[in-house]
Design a protein around this ligand. Structure first.
Ligand code: AVJ
Length: 365
């Protein structure tokens, strides 16, 4: 086995790393008070483009969020990007989802890591520099870094608060680990802090978060991860596999209504982000498997005619009209391996759970 520091004694610990964090689709965007936004807008309009360059990064990010949300709401088929699920309440609801009897993903990933921990640790070999896009609370990273005796960890997440707390916990748990937080949207390019070693890198992307992206976006993200891993580096990624429709649909429309609450909560978050007046209770949760596209789709359906307003605009929704809030792709294993190769990875190894529901893949850059 490569990598002297991975003792056999620590291998079983890998099994515990598949804990619950909001996944990576888990690009979260902090709520910005509307008043600050209005101020930012005024200064942007008042003194032309160079004023924009003087705005704090957080404000610019929020301007981008607002533009993105409005574009989605005003499209003929209205949509909201799933990264907006994860405000404080949304992150809590997602945690609750991961514990639902119907939501098999999280516990299946955990079981898989237990079952194949030894083989996976062997495949990871000499990796010592762990980079996790969408790291959130960094819970899964802790177990992985411990098992690998990692020297460096970089967690990237759009939700800076959650990430800072996660990094602080990680530092307390693993005092020898150089752990850094990078606040940013992983889809907007990943820039690492200086002093992150260029060799022995492992990009870690668990939780089937890649499923939130359309295949072309997913490919672009995998290419970025390939560049980030560098030659000799690798990627460890989790994906949910296609399966029985009833099982898939139950996982995204649970009996207790937690996923419905999670879906509706995006409207409260959007209300805070853009100052809109959505009434979440007027929207019905829909989740179904689109077999042709091999994806779960989540939508919010207007229970009656709705007029939604926000500063500077608004939209009327007819009864029954939908807002598309999420796709969650279920890739057949060979299709995903092909995508990894197209992104520049070689030598893919994969492991599945006993029922063939979920896969973990290791791909070398
Ligand atoms: C965090 C993107 C992996 O798609 O299963 C859970 C999000 N949405 N229930 C998924 C989610 C509804 C989750 N990911």
């Amino acid at each position: 086995m490569a990598g002297g520091a991975i003792g056999v004694a620590v291998l079983p610990r890998l099994g515990a790393l598949a804990g619950a964090t909001p996944g990576a689709g888990a690009l979260r965007c902090g709520a910005m008070p509307v008043a600050i936004f209005a101020h930012a807008m005024r200064s942007a309009h008042a003194s032309a483009a160079h004023a924009l360059s003087r705005l704090p990064v957080a404000v610019l990010a929020s301007l981008a969020c607002r533009r993105e949300i409005l574009a989605g709401l005003l499209s003929q088929q209205a949509s909201i990007c799933p990264k907006y699920f994860y405000d404080q309440r949304g992150s809590e609801l997602f945690e609750a989802i991961t514990r639902l009897p119907e939501y098999y993903l999280t516990r299946t990933e955990r079981a898989l890591m237990r079952r194949h921990g030894r083989a996976i640790a062997e495949a990871l070999g000499e990796a010592r520099v762990v980079i996790e896009p969408g790291a959130g609370s960094c819970d899964k990273a802790r177990m992985l870094c411990r098992s690998l005796a990692a020297t460096h960890f970089v967690g990237v997440d759009i939700s800076a608060d959650c990430l800072q707390d996660g990094i602080a916990r990680l530092r307390r748990a693993l005092p020898g680990l150089d752990a850094r937080a990078v606040a940013g949207d992983i889809t907007a390019g990943l820039r690492l802090p200086p002093n992150v070693p260029a060799t022995r890198r492992l990009v870690f992307y668990p939780g089937s978060s890649i499923g939130n992206f359309d295949p072309p976006q997913a490919l672009a993200l995998l290419r970025q991860m390939r560049a980030l891993a560098g030659n000799g580096g690798a990627l460890l990624i989790g994906i949910d596999l296609p399966k029985d429709r009833a099982m898939l649909e139950a996982a995204y429309d649970d009996a207790a209504g937690v996923t419905a609450a999670f879906n509706r909560n995006v409207l409260s978050h959007v209300n805070r982000l853009i100052g809109s007046d959505f009434e979440p209770q007027q929207w019905r949760h829909l989740a179904f498997f689109n077999e042709a596209a091999s994806r779960i789709e989540m939508h919010l359906q207007a229970m009656g005619a709705q007029r939604v307003r926000w500063p500077g605009g608004g939209r009327d929704f007819a009864a029954g009209e939908r807002i598309h809030t999420e796709n969650s792709y279920k890739y057949p294993l060979p299709a995903f391996v092909a995508m990894l190769r197209e992104a520049g990875f070689v030598a893919c190894q994969s492991w599945t759970d006993a029922r063939g529901w979920y896969a973990m893949l290791h791909a070398r850059a």
